[in-house]
Design a protein around this ligand. Structure first.
Ligand SMILES: NC(=O)c1ccc[n+]([C@@H]2O[C@H](COP(=O)([O-])OP(=O)(O)OC[C@H]3O[C@@H](n4cnc5c(N)ncnc54)[C@H](O)[C@@H]3O)[C@@H](O)[C@H]2O)c1
Length: 427
């Protein structure tokens, strides 16, 4: 099929390249000229395992543009993959989704053949039908489910293993109303061997929020138990190994530590809280899940101060800035709160991350401009005796931590084995 992807970030680019790999042709649309140029040079604008090779191998089967008209007229299906960030009050910001819908609608007006628009961005229940559909209809002068197709297909990929997740998902959820759209999406996803769940549109939207809210809850729950374990001298990782063996529970997402960050959980949980309150439902659990998560990174500083009570003037090493390993994404990274607190205490911060230093400096200039970036993790260890582990990059397992005081938020076994003094946040 010929597919257009509107918004060529983590989700759009991975989805599009996944479809290319499955034999389709893809046109990427973005407003960011730098991304367009890089994609057209077969260079990935984000760091994601396997993406660079795929872009080189399939060069010629995709291209990028800022021209919606060219993209929509030359494709049969359009996926909306633009960002849906949080506003200051936690509510969802639909500016980019609305812009995309308007631009797509304008082109649909002049298109004769049937076209399907699929919302892949994470949007609150009701958004596709109550926000996207009216905009598309207004600007196209056409009727959804009759003159053009409309569907909602949430994405569950994990950054770091995004391509693998896209091509081998646990499930594909497709919210549809009309038969024709359903058939087209069934055909498009036919090569992927995974359970396909067809629902109505707002159910598909809710499945994404319920999934993310549950995963965030699982981690905050584990961390709350982990904090109790720490005080009782119990290794919470062993506890959750035991808990996870229960087939009703599953062992995944039970790793205790300094909490969740990233581009999805924080904003999605907040958006769901905001929506619940808007409709007069008190989201008691979800609020607690966020509260536990906000406190968790600061546990690392509390533990450091047990060993180094006065941080003023001390150099403290921070290993990891990305919100998780194998990505350069720093959105809502735990590193921010930790470094901010260290600077407030008067410490000098020496940080290293294999991929995310540039993004961190740009995204958090208030702290990012005030720290020293190292060339390597070894340099951090050479420069200071106090080390905080914030992201569990594989290469941090290869370091020699002997002689160091290490406070570990992620459980790096080499540090646990070799450090002079070692403290795990929940173990
Ligand atoms: N990142 C993830 O792991 C992940 C996983 C599942 C779902 N999601 C959801 O997918 C959506 C996209 O997330 P992301 O992480 O890929 O975001 P992103 O910020 O990496 O990418 C969004 C892209 O959209 C572009 N854009 C903005 N406005 C545009 C417009 N009017 N027209 C064309 N392009 C425009 C931006 O330039 C950017 O390249 C969000 O709703 C997110 O919640 C993300």
């Amino acid at each position: 099929m010929k597919i257009s992807i509107v918004g060529s970030g983590y989700v759009g680019l991975v989805t599009g390249m996944g479809f290319v790999k499955l034999g389709n042709e893809v046109i990427f649309v973005d407003v960011d000229e730098r991304k367009i140029e890089m994609i057209n040079n077969a260079e990935p604008p984000i760091y994601e395992e396997g993406l660079g090779k795929l872009m080189k191998d399939f060069n010629g089967r995709y291209h990028a543009t800022n021209d919606y008209r060219e993209a929509i007229l030359n494709s049969e299906v359009t996926f909306i993959c633009v960002g849906t960030p949080s506003r200051e009050d936690g509510s969802i910001d639909l500016t980019y989704v609305k812009q995309a819908a308007e631009e797509i609608g304008k082109v649909l007006k002049e298109k004769d053949s049937y076209h399907v628009v699929v919302v892949k961005s994470t949007v609150l229940p009701g958004t596709t039908e109550e926000v996207v559909k009216p905009i598309l209809e207004e600007h196209s002068d056409k009727k959804a489910f009759k003159d053009f197709g409309l569907a909602m297909n949430p994405e569950f990929l994990r950054e770091g293993v995004a391509l693998r997740d896209f091509l081998n998902p646990d499930r594909i959820v497709i919210g549809v109303q009309d038969e024709r759209t359903r058939e087209i999406l069934e055909e498009l996803y036919q090569p992927i061997d995974a359970p396909k769940l067809f629902t109505d549109i707002k159910t598909a939207e809710m499945i994404k929020y319920a999934s993310n809210a549950f995963l965030a809850t699982k981690i905050s729950f584990a961390n709350e138990i982990g904090n109790i374990c720490k005080k009782l001298g119990i290794d919470s990782w062993k506890v959750f190994e035991g808990v996870g063996l229960d087939h009703r529970i599953s062992p995944h997402f039970f790793r205790t530590g300094i909490g969740w960050g990233g581009s999805c959980f924080p904003k999605d949980v907040k958006a769901l809280i905001n929506k619940a309150e808007e409709i007069s439902e008190e989201p008691v659990i979800l609020k607690a899940v966020v509260e536990v998560n906000e406190r968790q990174p600061l546990k690392l500083i509390e533990l450091l101060k047990k060993h180094v009570p006065e941080l003023k003037g001390k150099a403290v090493g921070v290993l990891g800035l990305a919100f998780k390993p194998d990505t350069d994404d720093v959105r809502e990274t735990r590193a921010y709160a930790i470094i901010k607190k260290l600077l407030n205490e008067g410490a000098k911060v020496i940080a290293y991350d294999p991929q995310a230093m540039k993004n961190f400096k740009q995204s958090y200039p208030d702290v990012g401009e005030k720290i020293v970036y190292s060339e390597s993790a070894e340099d951090v260890l050479r420069a200071t005796d106090f080390v905080l582990i914030v992201t569990e990059w594989g290469e941090f397992e290869e370091l020699d931590y002997s002689g160091k005081i290490v406070i570990d938020g992620r459980r790096v076994r080499a540090a646990e084995k070799n450090a002079k003094i070692y403290e795990g946040v929940c173990w």
